[in-house]
Design a protein around this ligand. Structure first.
Ligand SMILES: *[C@@H]1O[C@H](CO)[C@@H](O)[C@H](O)[C@H]1NC(C)=O
Length: 158
């Protein structure tokens, strides 16, 4: 109810979302906000969020879930969680990112791209305030992003 169009609280609805995903109001279609909020946040396990925060605490180490020494020993046969072997990712990878996605900042995308052996391109969305949610819902998402995604897919589709 609070997120209905025209409701005085609608601004709060936008902002709670933007708080976790990066701020940008210009690409959000406020008419569809109630619909978006009916499906957001989508389900995520608490373990997923814990893993995410474990990775945030580490300095750019991309590793499996930390179960503690004993749990790691049982599950992985070692005291620390093993790192993901990104050098085994042989498929061509195109990285699409933006400047205002707080869940995937450009510096992290750079590190990822250095560790993946077959990056065919890094594409930054040409809009400074394009955020995490805009990848799905931006008003101009086709022009800003999807047209390029399709181009890359066509090029590598055999
Ligand atoms: C916003 O969404 C509504 C409902 O889908 C649509 O009619 C309208 O054209 C959209 N506005 C923009 C600026 O895309």
């Amino acid at each position: 109810m609070l997120c209905q169009r025209g409701s005085i609280a609608q601004g709060i609805c936008d902002n709670v979302l933007f708080l976790i995903a990066g701020y940008d109001s210009e690409q959000l279609n406020k008419t569809v906000l109630p619909l978006i909020l009916a499906h957001t946040p989508a389900g995520a396990s608490s373990k997923q969020l814990t893993h995410y925060s474990q990775l945030m605490k580490l300095d750019r180490t991309f590793q499996q879930y930390d179960l503690g020494w004993l749990g790691n020993w049982r599950k992985y046969g070692q005291l620390r969680p093993p790192s993901y072997q990104l050098n085994n990712v042989k498929v061509p990878v195109a990285l699409f990112y933006s400047n205002n996605d707080w869940l995937a900042p450009g510096e992290d995308v750079n590190v990822l791209s250095k560790n993946l052996p077959n990056v065919i391109g890094k594409f930054r969305v040409p809009l400074k305030r394009f955020n995490h949610l805009d990848f799905m819902w931006a008003i101009d998402v086709k022009r800003l992003l999807y047209d390029d995604v399709i181009k890359v897919l066509r090029k590598y589709n055999r």
